[in-house]
Design a protein around this ligand. Sequence first.
Ligand SMILES: *Cc1c(COP(=O)(O)O)cnc(C)c1O
Length: 442
Amino acid sequence: MSKTAFLTKDKAEEIAKRWPTPFHIYDEKGIRDNARAVKEAFAWNPGFREYFAVKATPNPFIMQLMNEFDFGFDCSSDAELVLADAVLPSESEYNDGSLPGGGRGGRIMFSSNETPAAEYERAARLGAIINLDDITHIDFLEKIIGPAFPETMSCRFNPGGTFTMSNGIMDNPGDSKYGMTREQLFEAFRRLKDHGVKHFGIHAFLASNTVTNDYYPVLASRLFDLAVSAHRELGIHIAFINLSGGVGIPYRPDAEPNDIYAIGEGVRREYERVLIPEGMGDTAIYAEMGRFMLAPYGALVTRAVHEKHIYKEYIGVDACAANLMRPAMYGAYHHITVLGKEGAPADHIYDVVGSLCENNDKFAIDRQLPEIEKGDLIYIHDTGAHGFSMGYNYNGRLLSAELLLKEDGTVQEIRRAQTLRDYFATFDGTPYGEKLLDCISR
Ligand SMILES: *Cc1c(COP(=O)(O)O)cnc(C)c1O
């Protein structure tokens, strides 16, 4: 079983002449085709909107592609709100009919937790839909924006216990810090009503990286039941159900990918079973997918620079966990293609490792791969989401460039590589600010 790289060796070598390895590269065509499929899969729901989870790939050039599909942005920090503000078209374009209506702020979902006051302030200023993580945030928000709340608001639900589906336990909401209990959720809705809220949303994120077409439909059916109860007991208008993220991708080559059309149909089935008979057919379905929107359409390209033969066989590459943290942090599998050796037998076993002074800095452990020679380009798959964005600077390692492979085959730099000047920039104003910069060029 194998996965296909969206770059050939020749193309990658050509790119590496201008942008030295390591670099993250994204496939514009793959991103567009997938976004189109997501839109089609939920077209049965007129209010459907995907709010791209900005934390997955916080790059305005990538976010701009989401604008083409009239998607919105799921933000949970000040930086993410600023990115959404920078990328969304102007308010007037939504109001003068040149873009679909509904207002600019409605394209921003603020699904934060442990939120600083200044971030609620910015979210409110942008007219974002605020999704409260906790009932105590109602008072917190009142202190910031006063007693008159926006007309549309949302609350995050945590059912507790374990989240199980027919094929077993998917995740453990009872252990997760997010969301409100059912009692708190209903109480929050009552109190929000007193603050003038007229349209309510329900949000839940109960399992991560699910590789099954059933996760969204099962989650939807539970949230639809909850929506019906809230509607009946409180007499409130449930404007949307936010299924959030969690739709996964097959990191391993032998895993079956999700079928977004089957997922959309599964949600429709539950919608027609639960909401339609209640006269709630104007409820919009929202999603906040990050991984599913981007992960397969990004790769980390790095070069083998060392080989080492001790108790195991090691290949040292010029990227490290600072460029892609998932293997070190979660033991996550990322498939590897040795570019130019796609057809060669995988008859060697290697640990493919980065340069951090930290023994978990391994992109692959005991991986069967073709023989790797120094200078070979190593293509690490599925880094388009939660890849570059989780980057850090341990050991003073720098973040790579981000590149976009356009549909016409050209390559655009969408973020330059970090430099030592960037790394030392926050010593400015101290006696070491200038000195460090001088030492760089010594
Ligand atoms: C991380 C996150 C997402 C995106 O999750 P994916 O698994 O990347 O789809 C969506 N919503 C919220 C609130 C999140 O924290």
